[in-house]
Design a protein around this ligand. Sequence first.
Ligand SMILES: NC(=O)c1ccc[n+]([C@@H]2O[C@H](COP(=O)([O-])OP(=O)(O)OC[C@H]3O[C@@H](n4cnc5c(N)ncnc54)[C@H](O)[C@@H]3O)[C@@H](O)[C@H]2O)c1
Length: 331
Amino acid sequence: MAVDSFTGKLAAITGGGSGMGRELARQLAAQGCSVAACDLNADAVADTAAAARAGAPPGVRVTSHTCDVSDEAQVLRFRDELLTGHATDHVDLVFSNAGIGGGSSFITDSRQEWERTFAIDWWGVYYCARAFLPLLIASSDGVLVNTSSVNGFWASLGPGVPQTAYSTAKFAVKGFSEALIEDLRAHAPHVRVAVVMPGHVGTDIIANSFRARGLPEPEHMSDAQLEELIPRDTQAELIRAGLLAQDAPADELRQMLVRANADFRDKAPVSAAEAATIILDGVRSGAWRILVGEDAKMIDAAVRAKPEASYDYAELFSAPAEEPAAGAPEE
Ligand SMILES: NC(=O)c1ccc[n+]([C@@H]2O[C@H](COP(=O)([O-])OP(=O)(O)OC[C@H]3O[C@@H](n4cnc5c(N)ncnc54)[C@H](O)[C@@H]3O)[C@@H](O)[C@H]2O)c1
């Protein structure tokens, strides 16, 4: 079920205040699609709405809403505000995009951080599906677009970098989305679901994740907050890897966090705007799995080719054995 055009449709977007959510809002509005965008950060999503309105043709309505997707009552309030603000009884597109990182280690990170990450990345997607699926069913051809990650099929970030809360949630998002394919076919065949699996996309997700966990900007973090974020054993690993000087003052750790966010955003192979275009092209084409970036495609291919080597990184990313050319002499 391809979509010819987004013109005249209405999209709900979560996490619309930054990154891919902001770019989805801008690009959809520019293509004549009305948008209701929500975010934890009210000012950021209001800025998104203003930018989207500025680039939209006449007749497009863009609204911004404050909502924590991990709280079902707030998701229902966002839905109700959308229905009133857009004077509608249905939605054509839902982008469940809000997400944060954190809770990397089940062993050393706090239970609070782990559960906050899981609540946003999984329960947020679940509550949005509960709230918005009836509105997609009420449309003539609805699409639910859930954002997972490469960590939805590969539960690590490489040697020494576990990713437990995020991966658990993102696997759930992928599993839920895939399970909905048959459910929708059987019970609401005019609605479909797509799952987005980005690799590294240049956004402020590191800084926004701190904020969503109630932490201040890195420059204003207390020594105790820094130590909770980067425990002593992680600091020791950073020193061993030459990324942090021995006996570095706390301010150096704060600067390291600022740099980490800027590098993640500015040195990514795919920008947020490029990612949004890939996502919208995927939705338009009728795809149900949308991989964003060559890194995502490479990891997907590697994990499928060598599932047992998924966490044996040297083996996983080693070049596949070359087939001997036809007629080549046997060694
Ligand atoms: N950037 C990447 O490399 C990457 C890779 C794979 C998957 N993803 C996923 O893509 C999605 C978008 O990420 P991004 O990189 O654009 O991040 P981002 O931080 O730029 O944007 C995410 C937005 O979600 C908002 N948000 C956070 N918690 C929220 C909550 N509880 N309720 C409502 N809004 C909330 C943030 O305030 C932020 O504005 C996320 O689900 C993320 O996990 C990102």
